[in-house]
Write a protein that binds this ligand. Structure first.
Ligand code: 3H9
Length: 683
């Protein structure tokens, strides 16, 4: 018989139920059963006057067990468990710390008393998994914090601190963080018993005291903000429908909606994304990461200053190197600007920022990098310049120092060839703005040591970034796929689709931005010059021709007030007939067959191009696993999270269909553009 993850203990007149189910005490079937059994046993023991629910190790219950969501729900179901707790004839006290989320928070809401350490975080993050709270969260929370706050908490899915909820009667006692929670909880409960204050306060029996004034406006705004995500809207409509119902009626409707969302494709995609992000950081390497405290950053441009800001914000000592004093001044101005924006938005206090900036030194002398544990080069994309820098680093840095380049496209093997210890050289490819974007591609070059790789991944974790291990090729994983995606978009323009039609179709499908609007924002010349440094694929006569046309016409994007769109009258950009004309003339010159496009064709073709390149990356061993590609696209390229990522989409479409559509494209455009792929690599 397997040991139950729920233990019972009696300390005089207090019964203590302990959940010990690592890593986060999720509410698996065995935990749910243990809770029901525990309450039943303690209730029937006359010597027990009150019950505590506590958790072992790192946190109070972090939610329902996500791993169980793919299979048939097993009894006892969580709604029945929380109702059983609330129905207890003896007062039940939740002893909370860490992150009490989702089902964990719902258990706490069903308890008659809640005590917590001051740094506890609570919340109902179910919408982030494409779900709504399914164990009374939508019904009990409004009875404590009111419908308006509950609407915000349930539909936003954020974590809340004790301070953020201090105006509500959510906690009966809050203890100093770092203090002994068990001791404090027992003392609190003993005092309750001694003072005869063991009233059973059932939240479910309380009325809801407020309502949202204009539900339709609130739901309308939420629908717009959710951009196709179902769960927040379902949650809001449920709150509206149940606001005057009893807890039993409300929970019945809540359960129906929860079960229906649980089997939705969106929830499957979001749960997949949750798992994929956690898997991405895992490698098969045994090496131990080196300790990194001092980091050198070379280059204080937009990228470099973003990287400096990211390292400083995570407590590292940073040395910024620039060519001259003007460069250093411009770099520090950018860093200050990044921090000021954080202060302005309330993300950081000025005192915090002052502390971070105290750890920044600047220099024009590479010798100052001699004691760095890690150096990240972030200068412009030029192989000769990078080689000169790395050869200097090889001379000045200590032997254990990891030498990283932030190149987006260049061959890291070639960069490593100029240093004495090429095993120390890796890629750390940040995404812009580096202090905000969560993605980091860690690039293992031919000779990079496993230790250099695991160190970079450990550093990424400290930076609160999601790192994905990739190999060397033009553009690594993300930009190589982005190039393939861009090629298809550009080809559709040549075949007769309009700029706004392509962008709009992809945005309506869920992409954060249209690829042509992105080109205008980042500068069309950037991609053009990166591609011009590569041999032109002669087999692809239209290869990125529209972007070449834009650059030749001086239309570099927003910075020149004209690119694929015209920005002279409207900062958001307007369609420009000149662009359509330029592209149409080019199509004629290249004799490209014209066709009519609908949104579905545009999306499917762009997506298939991504899937095709993703399968190539897997075959070439550039990524460890298909889900890593999805993580890269979710965090680096604005792919809609509720669609899981391109490879998740491939698995939804199915191997057979993917194979069939790819062979159709292969038949019309040739195997050099649509190569043979192994669809069995789709998971
Ligand atoms: C829900 O509750 C529905 C109910 O309303 C109704 C039901 C009827 N289950 O993130 P980390 C694993 S929906 C199973 O790296 P951190 C995670 O996979 C749920 N496993 O740590 C990882 O495993 P591994 C609502 C879970 O410290 C390990 O724990 N709750 C669960 O950075 C460590 O995770 C949520 O959505 C789970 N619920 O962050 C909370 N949660 O080591 C989701 C985590 O094998 N969880 N794991 O890779 C989180 O937000 C973060 O994990 C948390 C810890 C903040 C708790």
């Amino acid at each position: 018989m397997t040991k139950s993850p729920v233990n019972l203990e009696k300390q005089q007149s207090i019964g203590i139920i302990t959940i010990d189910y690592p890593p986060v005490n999720a509410l698996s079937q065995s935990v749910r059963q243990g809770l029901v059994d525990g309450i039943k046993e303690l209730e029937s023991d006359d010597s027990i006057k009150a019950i505590i629910i506590r958790c072992a190790k790192r946190t109070f219950i972090a939610g329902a067990d996500i791993k169980e969501f793919g299979s048939t729900p097993l009894e006892p179901h969580l709604p029945d468990v929380v109702n059983r707790i609330e129905a207890s004839t003896k007062p039940v006290v939740a002893s909370m710390f860490g992150t009490s989320l989702g089902g964990g928070f719902e258990v706490a809401l069903a308890c008659h008393y809640r005590v917590a350490l001051a740094d506890v975080k609570v919340g109902l993050p179910e919408v982030n998994l494409g779900l709504i709270p399914g164990a009374g969260g939508t019904q009990r929370l409004p009875r404590i914090v009111g419908t308006n706050k509950a609407l915000e908490m349930v539909t936003g899915g954020k974590h809340y601190s004790v301070n953020a909820l201090s105006e509500y009667n959510l906690f009966d006692a809050v203890f100093e963080s770092g203090s002994d929670l068990d001791q404090q909880t027992i003392a609190y409960v003993n005092a309750m018993i001694d003072n005869g204050e063991t009233l059973i306060k059932r939240v479910g029996e309380q009325p809801v005291n407020d309502t949202v004034e204009d539900w339709d406006t609130a739901i309308g705004a939420l629908t717009k903000k959710s951009r196709g995500k179902l769960a927040p809207v379902v949650a809001a409509k449920l709150l509206k429908r149940t606001t005057n119902l009893s807890i039993e009626e409300g929970m019945k409707l809540e359960r129906e909606e929860f079960l229906s969302l649980r089997t939705s494709e969106q929830s499957a995609a979001l749960r997949f994304a949750f798992g994929a992000e956690r898997t991405a950081a895992k490698t098969q390497f045994d090496a131990q990461p080196l300790s990194v405290k001092t980091v050198g950053i070379i280059g204080g441009g937009t990228m470099g200053s973003g990287i400096v800001t990211a390292f400083l914000s995570s407590g590292f000592e940073v040395i910024l190197i620039e060519q001259n004093d003007e460069g250093l001044k411009a770099g520090t101005d950018r860093i200050n600007g990044n921090f000021n924006a954080n202060v302005k938005r309330g993300r950081m206090s000025q005192t915090q920022v002052d502390g971070y900036l105290a750890k920044l030194t600047t220099s024009t002398d590479y010798q100052s990098l001699s004691e760095c544990d890690l150096v990240v080069e972030a200068v412009f994309e030029n192989m000769d310049v990078k080689k000169t820098i790395f050869s200097t680093l090889s001379q000045v840095c200590k032997p254990s120092c990891i030498l990283a380049t932030n190149t987006s496209y260049l061959d890291i093997n070639e960069i490593a060839s100029v240093v004495e210890r090429p095993e120390q050289v890796i890629g750390m490819h940040f995404f812009s703005p580096a202090n905000i974007m969560k993605l980091l591609e860690v690039v293992k070059a031919e000779k990079s040591s496993e230790q250099a790789v695991v160190t970079a991944m450990a550093v990424a974790k400290q930076l609160k970034k999601i790192s994905v291990l990739v190999g060397v090729c033009f553009g690594f994983a993300g930009n190589r796929m982005y190039t393939r995606y861009g090629r298809e978009v550009q080809q559709m323009l040549l075949e007769g689709a309009s700029v706004s039609q392509v962008d709009q179709a992809l945005v309506n499908w869920g992409m954060a931005m249209g690829p042509l609007a992105v080109g205008d924002m980042s500068g069309i010349d950037i991609g053009v010059s990166a591609r011009r440094a590569q041999p032109f694929p002669a087999f692809d006569k239209g290869y990125f021709k529209p972007s070449e046309l834009m650059v030749d016409a001086g239309r570099l994007g927003r910075k020149t007030k004209a690119g694929y769109y015209d920005y002279s009258n409207n900062p958001r950009g307007e369609a420009d007939p000149v662009v359509a004309e330029l592209i149409s003339e080019q199509s004629k010159a290249l004799e490209i067959k014209q066709q009519t496009f609908d949104d579905e064709t545009i999306v499917s073709r762009a997506l298939l191009a991504l899937i095709s390149e993703g399968l190539q990356l897997l075959k070439d061993g550039i990524v460890q696993r298909a889900s890593d590609i999805d993580v890269i696209w979710l965090h680096g390229y604005g792919f809609p999270r509720h669609k899981g990522g391109p490879m998740f989409q491939a698995s939804q479409v199915g191997k057979e269909k993917v194979s069939q559509v790819l062979s159709n494209y292969r038949a019309s455009e040739g195997a050099l553009i649509w190569p043979e792929v192994d669809v069995d690599l789709i998971q």
